[in-house]
Structure formats: C-alpha cells, structure tokens
Design a protein around this ligand. Structure first.
Ligand SMILES: Cc1cc2nc3c(=O)[nH]c(=O)nc-3n(C[C@H](O)[C@H](O)[C@H](O)COP(=O)(O)OP(=O)(O)OC[C@H]3O[C@@H](n4cnc5c(N)ncnc54)[C@H](O)[C@@H]3O)c2cc1C
Length: 475
C-alpha cells in the first residue's frame, strides 16, 4: 500500500500519519548514523545504505560508520560557548553518537576529542547489531526508486556525495540547486567592529546604506597587500585543486596578480565617498549584513585559502576590524551542498517541491561541523518519526543553538547561502543587550536551555531518548 501523507510539515500543523515498511537512510556518516539510530530506537525499521568500502570518498579511509574525516576534536564542551551549548542540547535529546563520543573521549582540556577508531568502531557495532536496522553496502546511484516509492528517506551523503548520486540530486532539484565547492568569505560579529571607523553607504547611492565600508588610504592598502600575499595558506588536497578553477579565485591569488588588482576587484572604491575626507577612498572593504538583525557581517569578496590564524592577523589590519571577532573564517574546499534555504522546509523535508517524504541531513544541507551533522541527523529522524506517527512537526525554537542553525539553513530569506556552523552571531539577539561578552554568552546559553525544555515538553510524544551528562569542562 502506498503511504498517505498530507499537510505542510514546515507549518507546524498536525500531519496525517503514514504507513511505512522501512525508512531509508542514505549515508552512514555522522548525520546518517544518528538518524538511523534515533529511528531504530523508536521501533522504526531502517534500511541504512552505505557505499564504503565498495566505493570510497577522497577523504574517508575505512569501512566504518561515522568516520571522523579530519580532526578528532568535536570542539568545546564548555556550556558558555556555542559549541558546548549545542552538545548540551544533543545530550538532553539523547543523541546516540554524542554519547559514544563521550565514551571514546581522550584528554583535551575543555574540548571533546575522541579516539576516532574506538568511536567509529562503536557506532558500526551499535548500528550493525540493532534489530531494527538493515545495513546495505552499496552506492546509491540515483533517487528514482526512492522518489517513486514515496516512502520516507533521509539523504545524508555528506560533502563528498558520490558523483552519480550528485547528478541524480541535480536532476531532482535543478542544476543550480547543488554546489560542489565552498567559497565562503569570513563573517565577523557586528559588536566587535569599531563603527566609528566605518561608514554605511551603498555604492553610487547617497540614500541607501546597505553596506558598511572600511576606507583605506594608499599606505594602509599597500601594507595590507604585502601581508596578504605573504600570509600562510592552507594546502589544498589534490582532489580540491582540481575543483578550484570552477570556484571563484581566492583573494590572495588575485592580489598576487598585481598590487592594484584588488583595487579593481573586491576592494574597489568606485561609487563610495568617505565622509571623513569627502572623497573617494584609495580602496574600500565592504561588509554586508548576514542577517536581518545585523548581528553579523561578511567581508564581501573575501573568499580565501589563508589559514585561520593568518586571516585573523591580516584581516584585522582593515580599519575598524582591529578587534574583529570571527564567527566563521573564510574557507575554500570541495563541499557538496544543496541550496537549503530555497528547498528545505523547517523539518528538512522537500515538501516545498512536493516531496515531503524526502529529507536531507548533515553537511549536504550546508550545516557545517561534526556535531552539527549529528544534530541535523537527529532532527531529521524526529521529523520523520513525527510524520509516520501523525504527530505535530517538531521545529526547534530559534533560541536554541541547533534551532538557530536550522532556521538559518532553511529560511528562504537567507541569500547567497554558504555553509555555516553554530555560533551566537546567527541567533536572535537577547531582549536586553548585555555589554560583557562572557555574561552575554551565558545568557544566550541559558535562554537556549530554557527554550529546549519548552520544546521537549510540547513534543513529549516524540519519545526523546534518555538524557545524559556531558563531561565537566576544565575551564
Ligand atoms: C575535507 C574535510 C574536512 C573536514 N574536517 C572537519 C573537521 O575537522 N571538523 C569538523 O567539525 N568538520 C569537518 N568537516 C565538515 C563535516 O563536519 C564533516 O564532513 C562531517 O563528516 C559531515 O557529516 P555527514 O554525515 O554530513 O557526512 P559524512 O560523515 O561524510 O558521511 C556521508 C556518508 O555518505 C556516504 N556516501 C556518499 N555517497 C553515497 C552514495 N551515493 N551511496 C551510499 N553512501 C554514500 C559516504 O561514504 C559517507 O559515509 C570536514 C569536511 C571536509 C570535506
């Protein structure tokens, strides 16, 4: 029997339950493994499809599930930090992968670092021995069968989704809906900017003030270029170098072509008048608001391959950015992700394009980071479970860390979408501004914990798995 499903899962309205034989989860990385575990623990049969070891990606090196492809750190456990508060949310909702990470932890101060072999071995055994999970080792090459079956599916094939599946996703969503390269400019918090050194103005307009501009005189520009071209860069891997030409060029590469190249590119001053001098500056950096609350700004045209410490050092030479707090550093690397804000509803499903049973989770949604992938896997599973049982769609409050990230990723007003990890800069501002950064972060974190309790109370039927404690931070 074909399942029946009606209603807009993103609207928060009740939906009609569906009858399913099995939920298909594609990709046993961090997101897919968490999603499969959450569903299986609630008694839902899961078919988990993983292509390794029959076919691997350029970065995975084993046949295990939830392999950590790079660093073995899952970042801070300090609840004051955004990364720590996110972990507390996942522990509260009973994340299986975070629990396994804590069990596999190695000493790393206030960070949660794990023995990657123990961690992925544990997840592989946990899922492999679960009575509700069928493991299928094959590359899923296209989605035709999944779409035709109308049965629920969670697609979590990560930043290195196989080529044939990526082509199938493009056929389903449209050519421009899938990016293969991440060329993100840094984002800084607005409160860390010295506004007295910046001026609000749009190019060629005396009235519009959509951008903040940092004017540079000749001397400042020359010093900036010298540092930029000599700064330390990230060495790209071979498979990423092949893709680089398809993406826009990094700032430092353009600067290397000639000392004035950036004055005719990202730092061009045309159409701007510096109110301090009444003249067009020698060069200007533009900052564009990242959200409607203007709590974060991105540096326009600053996609870069500089190391994070080099970015901190060089970009703080920009007038007004001397104390800049980087909410996200610029990155350029191979990364397959969909245009989530235009495609996904708030439960990560494709209901907006008439495919409410298909959900995305993990890095392929453009949410970035190991723990963020676990979080979106968990939420995709909860939403699928709610859909099957006819329960109200679970949408986390924006005051939570995970809720704010998923809102950012699925809000159609998010333009020029580039991958994002959790941070306080994309959260709704506090009702009352708190000057001390430390106190402000504590207030954000406490508000998030409270909002999560409200969510859990309102969605009790989702059968949250048991809460557990995070290790105590050494800070
Ligand atoms: C090079 C690189 C380094 C990174 N380093 C870090 C880091 O240090 N810290 C951090 O927090 N984040 C890092 N990230 C970002 C991100 O957190 C990780 O990529 C994370 O693993 C994403 O989880 P995921 O579940 O979305 O994807 P993955 O963990 O990659 O899982 C996807 C799974 O899908 C499988 N798959 C792919 N295609 C198919 C198919 N057609 N059929 C069946 N299975 C398929 C893959 O084999 C894989 O097992 C990095 C990303 C990249 C690309």
């Amino acid at each position: 029997m074909k399942p029946t499903y009606q209603g807009d899962a993103g609207s928060g309205k009740d939906v009609v339950g569906i009858t399913v034989e099995k939920v298909t989860v594609i990709g046993a990385g961090l997101a897919g493994s968490e999603a499969a575990w959450q569903l299986a623990e609630r008694g839902i049969a899961v078919r988990l499809i993983e292509m390794r070891p029959l076919k691997s990606t350029p970065i995975h090196s084993s046949d295990r599930f939830a392999e950590l492809v790079c660093s073995n750190s899952l970042k801070s456990i300090d609840a004051k930090t955004a990364a720590g508060a996110l972990k507390r949310e996942l522990a509260r909702m009973g994340s299986g992968l975070l629990k396994a990470a804590i069990a596999a932890k190695v000493p790393a101060g206030s960070a949660l670092a794990v023995d990657r072999d123990i961690f992925s071995q544990e997840i592989t055994s946990l899922l492999g021995s679960h009575e509700n999970i069928e493991i299928v080792r094959k590359e899923l090459e296209d989605l035709d069968e999944i779409i035709a079956s109308e049965l629920p599916c969670i697609l979590a094939t990560g930043p290195l989704t196989s080529d044939s599946l990526a082509a199938s996703i493009q056929r389903m969503l449209g050519r421009d809906s899938l990016a293969f390269f991440d060329a993100a400019a840094p984002i800084v918090s607005s409160e860390s900017l010295d506004q007295s050194r910046l001026f609000a103005q749009s190019r060629y307009s005396n009235d519009e003030k959509d951008y903040l501009n940092a004017a540079m005189d000749r001397e400042t520009y020359e010093a900036f270029i010298t540092e930029l071209i000599n700064a330390q860069r990230v060495v790209l891997r071979e498979f990423e170098r092949r893709d680089l030409f398809q993406a826009c060029q990094p700032l430092e590469e353009i600067a290397r072509k000639g000392r004035d190249a950036l004055r005719f590119g990202a730092l061009k001053p045309v159409g701007l008048t510096d109110p301090q001098t009444g003249r067009r500056p020698w060069a200007a950096v533009q900052l564009r608001a990242e959200n409607k609350n203007r709590t974060a700004y991105n540096l326009v045209g600053f996609q870069t391959n500089l190391t994070f410490s080099a970015q901190r050092q060089v970009f703080r030479m920009i007038p007004g950015l001397e104390q800049a707090e980087f909410l996200r550093f610029g990155v350029m690397h191979r990364n397959t992700f969909i245009n989530s804000p235009q495609l996904l509803d708030s439960t990560l499903s494709l209901s907006r394009i008439g495919l409410p049973n298909i959900r995305f989770a993990g890095q392929i949604t453009g949410t970035e980071g190991y723990v963020e992938a676990i979080g979106s896997g968990l939420m995709a599973a909860l939403a699928t479970f709610a859909q099957i049982k006819g329960l109200p769609a679970p949408v986390l409050p924006q005051q939570t860390l995970l809720g704010s990230l998923l809102h950012y990723a699925t809000n159609p007003q998010t333009l020029d979408y580039q991958p994002m990890h959790v941070n306080y800069g994309i959260m709704e501002p506090l009702e009352q501004h708190i000057r001390s950064k430390q106190q402000r972060y504590i207030a954000y974190s406490q508000r998030a914990a409270q909002a999560l309790e409200g969510f859990i109370a309102a969605h009790n039927d989702l059968m949250f798995l048991s809460e557990y404690q995070l290790p105590v931070s050494q800070d």
